[in-house]
Design a protein around this ligand. Structure first.
Ligand code: C2E
Ligand code: MG
Ligand code: MG
Length: 492
């Protein structure tokens, strides 16, 4: 153009012919198309870029991946990066802070990924990296560690240091998949694996993982119908007085009578219930059922029920406990709720409020599995626990590890000063029981004193009669069949 500006034009031309049909000259039009072309480029740019972070968009990401997977020689590593605590930052510091976190994350990933890679934001707090080329798979492990480390670095926003962390799932093309869809799916499976194993880590897909996930999904579907199908049951394990051996209470432990697999212990379904958002429902059922059954037991017997962190955090926990007590008529002082330290680590103010509300109802709170997790002694001082339970893993080493004895001694002393009871869990031998008695532990629980067993069995132990009303689904006739915890595994 005259102004030295670059302009885009579109040309149309045609022959003008004489009467004999012979072309004699060319006629045409020229149109300035600069705006249209620049507009298209802008639209394309917009479609290919995530506006907030400047990373590639999901659209561009899929195009890139498709180009690789449709190429006979294509190869790449796909990393899916999911932020662990983005929601916390967003909730605590506001959306502006959330946006800043996402931009910083995108920047860090671009820097790590290098110029040949595509870094995309797939939506929300999920990002992806495509590292092209066959050699990329050799470095996948190292890259994983780099990404996890970089995501764990604090991000400074408005004077706060936010640590979000990330879980990373990885799948490799063509080793793990034949199509884009399969590759994405398998990276997601690896990501899911990381998330269910404590997050803040990375994992490369393998085929066994897929199988496990399928089983997991099948169990999840079955679990949804477990409550309506009346397939859950509480087993009860005695807690005894160390000095006399007499039963002072029971801990209610959930079992799932699976239609094909028989009785399943909680470690096989509680994680699934948590992931599927079913834990609160299951936990509330346990509280209710325990209260119903406990009213049939002698008044000096207390009943401990485990409360999961998600259930504890759910808004209705206090109301649920109140209703269970009200409906069943159980004296609140007989109900003990066992929580683990995880409950206390999320939000101190929420934890304190819920615990105060529960204590106000008259129920007791026990700190479960003490000795694992962070085991901060300050928790004992800060929160209104009336009981602390020393974890089984701790008790198991008591004979061989003098340090364990010293710590158990310290816990018992501190608990006594604070007016709390101490229960030692997982006592399996007379020797362990004797050591704990010698340390002044007043309450003991473990296989030595009794395994978890069905309600009817403990009723039989307590020589109770006329209990049919509280156990409509199980006739008393089965009492003799279940002397110990049932380990019958039905097969199809
Ligand atoms: P927990 O609350 O610490 O329960 C104690 C676990 O240790 C039980 O496992 C019990 O059977 C086992 N145990 C007791 N004494 C011994 C012993 O002497 N030796 C050995 N090796 N083990 C012993 P269980 O029933 O498999 O439950 C595992 C965990 O599942 C529980 O740990 C609890 O955290 C959770 N859980 C169980 N029922 C419920 C429930 O209704 N709600 C929630 N949220 N969690 C539950
Ligand atoms: Mg417990
Ligand atoms: Mg425990």
């Amino acid at each position: 153009h005259r102004t030295r500006e670059k302009r885009w034009i579109t040309e149309n031309a045609w022959y003008v012919r004489n009467k004999a049909g012979v072309p004699i000259y060319i006629e045409g039009t020229i149109q300035d198309a600069t705006e249209r072309v620049e507009g298209l480029a802008a639209v394309e740019q917009q479609a290919n870029t995530d506006q907030l972070t400047g990373a590639a968009s999901r659209f561009h990401f899929l195009n890139t991946l498709n180009a690789i997977t449709r190429d006979a020689n294509g190869a790449c590593v796909l990393f899916i990066v999911d932020l662990d605590k983005f929601k916390d930052v967003n909730d605590a510091l506001g959306h502006g802070a959330g946006d800043a976190v996402l931009s910083t994350v995108a920047q860090r990933l671009r820097k790590l990924a290098g110029p040949a890679a595509t870094v995309a934001r797939l939506g929300g707090d999920e990002f992806a990296i495509i590292t092209p080329g066959a050699s990329a798979s050799m470095q996948a492990d190292m890259k994983c560690a780099d990404i996890v480390r970089a995501m764990r670095e604090p991000i400074e926003i408005e004077g706060h240091n936010a640590i979000v962390g990330a879980s990373v799932g990885v799948a490799i093309f063509p080793a793990h998949a034949a199509t884009t869809e399969e590759l994405l799916n398998n990276a997601d499976i690896a990501l899911y694996h990381v998330k269910t194993n404590g997050r803040n880590n990375a994992c490369i897909f393998d085929h066994a993982m897929k199988l496990r996930l399928q089983q997991h999904k099948a169990l999840e579907a079955d679990l949804r119908s477990a409550i309506p199908a009346d397939a859950l049951e509480l087993y009860y394990q005695p807690i005894v007085a160390a000095k006399t051996g007499s039963v002072l209470g029971y801990e209610a432990l959930m079992r799932w009578n699976h239609p094909r697999r028989g009785f399943l212990p909680p470690d096989q379904f509680i994680g699934i219930a948590e992931d599927a958002g079913l834990m609160t429902e299951l936990g509330n059922w346990a509280i209710r059922r325990a209260c119903q059954q406990a009213v049939a037991l002698p008044g000096h017997i207390s009943i401990a029920v485990n409360v999961s962190p998600s259930q504890f955090r759910s808004s209705g926990i206090v109301e649920q406990v109140k209703r269970a007590l009200g409906d069943t008529g159980l004296n609140a002082s007989r109900l003990v709720l066992e929580v683990t330290e995880n409950v206390l680590m999320t939000s101190q103010s929420i934890a304190t409020r819920v615990m105060d509300d529960l204590t106000a109802l008259g129920v007791k709170l026990a700190l479960d599995d003490f000795g694992t997790g962070y085991s901060s002694l300050s928790y004992l001082q800060r929160y209104a626990f009336s009981k602390v339970k020393i974890d089984r893993s701790f008790v198991a080493g008591i004979e061989s590890k003098p340090a364990n004895t010293a710590i158990i001694r310290a816990i018992i002393r501190l608990a006594a000063d604070l007016g709390m009871d101490v229960v030692a869990e997982g006592i399996e031998s007379e020797h362990q029981a004797a050591l704990l008695r010698a340390e002044g532990c007043e309450l003991l629980q473990g296989y030595l004193f009794g395994r978890p067993r069905p309600f009817v069995d403990i009723c039989a132990d307590l020589a109770l009669h006329n209990l049919q009303t509280c156990m409509p689904q199980r006739p008393l006739g089965t009492l003799q069949d279940a002397p110990e915890e049932r380990t019958v595994h039905k097969t199809l």
